[in-house]
Ligand binder design. Structure first.
Ligand code: KIV
Length: 272
């Protein structure tokens, strides 16, 4: 039933933080996808994706909440442990749930330390730029790689008045450059105009990973449920679905129900 039991896992070299920075220098695009459980993480890891993100988007696509705010540290650790165990190639990054990185340096280091110790993942991501400089510095000093996240910050959905494109160029430049100076190894740019995504990607030394930030970013990230066509309801316009698994799953389940009701399943070949 499981695609890749741990015992059969091929050991491949893990993508590292310096390699991601080197990829930017060489002009090679970086790929990042979200994952929330062992099965999906093993499949995505085998696809060769560079980075897996245990995103707090799990609040919406796994837990069924209306925004990312409810997810707790214990919940994200529970999911990240499965992803960390499945991934032997991708660098695994874990979101710091709201509002941990706003509760002071001590709390951010304590929570990130738990994430690295308890999940085997390699880095954390936090939403925020300039105002998070002290937290980023403290985490990096403690040996915890940090991916920053600027532009649309879903944890600030109430302050931002919804999921809107962020167009304040000066603020975006300040957030991104301050995060870089504080020691972030990469930076997610969410929902910003493509021309600002280009300007930031050209002016920063660290890689930019875009989602709704245009084609010039050093890498791209998507929520896996969106990429696979599993999302019901509203799907942002920056998403491209590469499969329609919602229909595939519903059709398979309906066919199974039908075959059970018609006494077609299980057949002789499925019986002892
Ligand atoms: O939580 C998440 O999945 C994210 C990505 C959309 C970047 O932050």
């Amino acid at each position: 039933m499981n695609p890749s039991p741990e015992s059969k896992k091929k050991s491949r070299k893990r993508v590292t933080v310096p390699q991601l920075i080197e990829k930017k220098r060489r002009g090679e695009k970086i790929t990042m996808l979200t994952a929330y459980d062992y099965t999906m993480a093993a499949l995505l890891d085998a696809s060769g994706v560079d980075t897996l993100l245990v995103g707090d988007s799990m609040a919406m696509v796994v837990q069924g909440h209306e925004n990312t705010l409810p997810v707790t540290l214990d919940e994200i650790i529970y999911h990240a442990e499965m992803v960390g165990r499945a991934a032997s190639h991708a660098l695994v990054v874990v979101d710091l749930p709201f509002p941990i990185n706003h509760q002071g340096i001590h709390e951010a280091v304590r929570a990130s330390g738990r994430i690295l110790k308890e999940t085997r993942c390699q880095a954390v991501k936090l939403e925020g730029g300039a105002e998070q400089a002290d937290v980023i510095k403290a985490l990096v000093t403690a040996g915890i790689p940090v991916m920053a996240h600027v532009g649309l910050r879903p944890q600030a959905v109430h302050t931002m008045g919804g999921y809107k494109v962020q167009r304040n160029r000066e603020q975006l430049m300040l957030d991104a450059t301050t995060a870089q100076e504080a020691g972030a190894f990469a930076i997610v740019l969410e929902c910003i105009p493509a021309e600002i995504g280009k300007e930031l990607s050209e002016s920063l030394q660290i890689p930019t990973i875009g989602i709704g930030a245009g084609p010039h970013c050093d890498g791209q990230v998507l929520v896996i449920n969106d990429l696979l066509g599993l999302t019901s309801g509203y799907v942002p316009s920056f998403v491209k679905a590469y499969a329609n698994l919602k229909e595939t799953i519903q059709a398979a389940a309906a066919q199974w129900c039908n075959e059970v009701r018609e006494n077609e399943f299980p057949g002789d070949e499925h019986s002892f």
